[in-house]
Design a protein around this ligand. Structure first.
Ligand code: NAD
Ligand code: UFG
Length: 334
């Protein structure tokens, strides 16, 4: 299949591009590089020894996107492009709505222009909001608590309306839990521009001496060790979820929602201790105030993806930490 990845130069997109190319698909990336680096393309091509197409552009540039879809003879799109910092989305909500919601509408219009009707959308577990029950299943009420989460939910709703209006669309909204880890080569991984917010990139910067220590946001939650618990999912498991969704969508029109998570949750201290074991490094940390908006715990009920897509996570927390450590070590050299 000829597949376009919007935002494919980013963390999840680069791992997904690699997996799709290795599975024999023709991959074309469309990215404006606002949170990624062109050097990633060489590294992905080096790992898979395959050629991957690239066009620099903004998803809001409908005309350019339409031309790329046409020229590269695209048959399906994975839409990962977007801004993703939860805190920043409250400070710059209009920037987030313009990029994430308007960008998605522009992509749909470009796809309509060319007649492509297969789409996988990067959604997020953040659409659920405060848990009414755990684990979250796909029927859990949605009530996002920040503009970023509302962006994701609005795009899901737009896609549902689209699939009702035109029955030929085949759409999967994948609600990711907490993607972490790196490709086993250690050549690609999460490399955010600026100061990271998420736990694993912060740990990486502590190990690499860019930050003095890890601030753990609260140890007084109602969890066994008091720190927040999350469903961490290896980025290569996540990449495999995209491929499984693309395959399943052939012959399954409509707009479908799937949780992509492991179904387990681990605390901040669990992750830290696994990372220390993998790296042989002691990570200095201090307990600070809770981060506003953080939930004590959430994790996925991942049965639906297993039942329909035949997908479930294979990799463990130790695989996550080993691959992250390899990537962090390698990025220290460059
Ligand atoms: P990332 O920032 O590494 O990758 C996103 C890519 O999109 C970047 O390469 C960026 O340059 C590009 N981009 C942003 N706006 C664009 C635009 N207007 N036009 C073209 N390109 C644009 O993020 P990621 O972690 O790889 O996340 C990918 C997707 O998954 C995002 O939509 C994100 O919201 C979603 N998601 C991520 C997480 C997570 O924790 N990483 C969790 C749930 C959902
Ligand atoms: N944490 C710390 N210190 C840090 C960073 C994080 O203690 O420096 C803790 C948090 O309090 C939380 C856990 O580590 O308990 C995970 O936090 P992250 O920031 O890594 O991830 P979140 O669960 O807050 O959110 C992430 C993405 C969202 C996405 C969501 C999906 O940031 O975009 O996962 O489940 F929507």
């Amino acid at each position: 299949m000829n597949i376009l990845l919007t935002g494919g130069m980013g963390y999840i997109g680069s791992h997904t591009a690699l997996l799709l190319a290795n599975a024999g698909h023709q991959v074309h990336i469309y990215d404006n590089l606002c949170n990624s680096n062109i050097g990633t393309l060489d590294r992905v091509q080096k790992i898979c020894s395959k050629s991957i197409g690239f066009s620099e552009g903004d998803v809001r540039d409908t005309e350019k996107l339409t031309k790329v879809l046409r020229d590269a003879k695209i048959e399906a799109v994975i839409h990962l492009a977007g801004l993703k910092a939860v805190g920043e989305s409250s400070q710059k909500p209009i920037e987030y709505y313009a990029n994430n919601v308007q960008g998605s509408i522009s992509l749909i219009q470009a796809m309509q222009m060319v007649g492509i009707k297969t789409l996988v959308f990067s959604s997020s577990a953040t659409v659920y909001g405060d848990p009414v029950y755990l684990p979250y299943d796909e029927d859990h009420p949605t009530s996002p608590t920040n503009p970023y989460g509302r962006n994701k939910l609005q795009v899901e709703e737009i896609l549902r309306d689209l699939s009702v209006s035109d029955k030929e669309w085949q759409i999967a909204c994948l609600r990711y839990f907490n993607p972490v880890g790196a490709h086993e080569s250690g050549l690609i991984g999460e490399d955010p521009n600026g100061i990271p917010n998420n736990l694993m990139p912060v740990i990486g910067q502590v190990v690499n001496g860019k930050l003095p220590l890890l601030n753990i946001f609260g140890d007084d939650y109602d969890t066994p060790d008091g720190t927040g618990k999350r469903d961490y999912i290896h980025v290569m498991d996540l990449a495999e979820g995209h491929l499984a969704a693309l395959i399943w969508l052939q012959g399954n029109p409509g707009c479908h929602t799937f949780n992509l998570g492991s179904g387990d949750s681990y605390s901040v201290l669990d992750l830290l201790h696994h990372f220390e074991k993998a790296s042989g490094q002691k990570i200095p940390y201090q307990i600070v105030e809770r981060r506003p908006g953080d939930l004590p715990e959430y994790y996925a009920k991942a049965d639906k993806a297993e039942k329909f897509l035949g997908w479930k996570t294979k990799r463990k927390l130790s695989d996550i930490c080993n691959s992250s450590w390899l990537w962090i070590k390698n990025s220290r050299k460059s």
